[in-house]
Design a protein around this ligand. Structure first.
Ligand code: ATP
Length: 399
């Protein structure tokens, strides 16, 4: 692994590379043998539930934690032992951590002044960054005279003004209300594209990750389950965990019966056999087939009204129907205990009125390109154990 890194030419050196990185707290493994390459200027997100190890990963890049094993490289340089303030990184936290007694301008200027940058240069760069985040007009205010969203923008300007090679962001929008969070997501993405530096972003919010990222690493219990661009993570999840964490987990359990080139024939417990990309599965292996809710078409059993092209279908019974405004959500129970969520857009009132209600026998259909096979991620029980052990360790550590 190490050799691979040294062999790559300079223009393809990853901005951040993790090689076999493991972090243990006592005997609890918070991050387990992680390999990641984050590209230059990439908006890269670590996404996963509480306790999956994303903050610990970020802290190892920042230099607030050292790995027990493995290597962290920034721009090709091994940063082992280098303290946080000597790394070419800056971190933006959820708590803005501004100096309350300093003005907005002085908060942003702080790092540059400490480095001994000339006054003219400090003034120019501070103004540039405050204009970028739309707060030059508030430059002389104190942090407590600003809203939460404004304070977070000051924190961002204060980090960016130091021209880090990599900006690390740990749930920076977590303390803000939903509307503000959404507008700052767009703003953060714009700023990242404008300044072109690498952003490594930690969040547990799947929508936030899908909106902002070039690529997402979905983490679960200290490991990365999938790294891919947002569309791929959503449309082609590779594990049951990723399928369930991103969006609704419409999982139909089954077993691979045979392989034909890239395709697998899978017998589903719902009573049908489907063909789909094998996704590396082997004959005899247990797996799940996923179809996203908006890709399913529901029709009353026996009326044969499915759109042309929906060549795969399965029978079920409607368990519930809920009006959501823009769509109606049906939950359909299949043979073998699978429950499928279907989203039917409310574009036509007559069509909405004719949707089958609770207890109706229905057929769900889809086009073959919308079914994907995923492998098991490990049991829910193991995930719960992992989180409980982690919490206990943290309590021990802070006691
Ligand atoms: P969250 O979104 O809740 O912050 P996370 O995915 O960022 O979750 P981490 O903070 O990386 O998770 O923690 C990963 C695991 O390691 C957790 O189970 C946590 O309890 C444990 N852990 C983190 N820091 C310590 C510590 N200093 N001592 C002991 N255990 C720790």
């Amino acid at each position: 692994m190490e050799e691979q890194v040294s062999e790559v030419s300079t223009d393809t050196v990853p901005s951040v590379a993790l090689r076999g990185v493991t972090k243990r707290f006592g005997d609890f493994v918070a991050v387990d043998d992680l390999d990641l390459d984050i590209g230059q200027g990439e908006f890269f997100t670590l996404l996963g539930p509480s306790g999956c190890g994303k903050t610990t990963t970020l802290r190892m890049i920042a230099g607030f934690e050292e790995p027990n094993e493995g290597e962290v490289r920034i721009d090709g340089t091994d940063v082992a032992g280098l303290p946080a303030h000597r790394r070419p990184t800056n971190t933006v936290f959820q708590s803005y951590a501004l100096f309350p007694h300093l003005s907005v301008k002085d908060n942003v200027a702080y790092g540059l002044k400490r480095k001994g940058v000339a006054k003219g240069e400090v003034d120019r760069r501070v103004q540039e960054e405050l204009e970028r985040v739309g707060l030059w007009g508030e430059a002389n205010r104190r942090p407590n005279q600003l809203s939460g969203g404004q304070q977070q923008r000051v924190a961002l300007a204060r980090a960016v003004v130091n021209l880090p090679k990599v900006l690390l962001l740990d749930e920076p929008l977590g303390a803000l209300d939903l509307k503000l969070r959404k507008s700052l997501q767009v703003e953060l993405k714009r700023i990242q594209q404008e300044i072109g530096i690498t952003f490594v972003y930690v969040t547990h919010d799947q929508e936030e990750a899908l909106t902002m990222s070039d690529r997402i690493a979905v983490m679960n219990r200290g490991i990365v389950e999938q790294v891919a661009p947002p569309v791929e993570i959503y449309e082609r999840p590779t594990t049951t965990f990723v399928a369930g964490f991103i969006g609704v987990s419409n999982l139909m359990p089954g077993t691979v019966r045979s392989l034909h080139g890239e395709k697998a024939e899978v017998e589903l417990e719902a009573g049908i056999t489907v063909e789909a990309d094998s996704n590396g599965l082997a004959t005899g292996e247990r797996c799940h087939a996923v179809v996203r809710p908006e890709k399913l078409y529901v029709s009353t059993a026996g009326n044969g009204s499915a759109p042309a092209g929906n060549t795969q279908s399965v029978d079920g019974v409607v368990a519930s129907s809920v009006y959501l405004g823009t769509a109606t959500q049906l939950v359909v129970e299949l043979k073998g205990d699978a429950r499928m969520t279907v989203l039917c857009p409310n574009t036509d009132e007559a069509e909405r009125q004719s949707l089958p209600g609770g207890g109706a026998d229905v057929q769900l259909s889809w086009t073959p390109e919308h079914i994907h096979l995923v492998r098991e991620s490990g049991t829910e029980r193991a995930t719960a154990d992992h989180e409980a052990i982690g919490r206990a360790r943290q309590e021990e550590a802070s006691a």
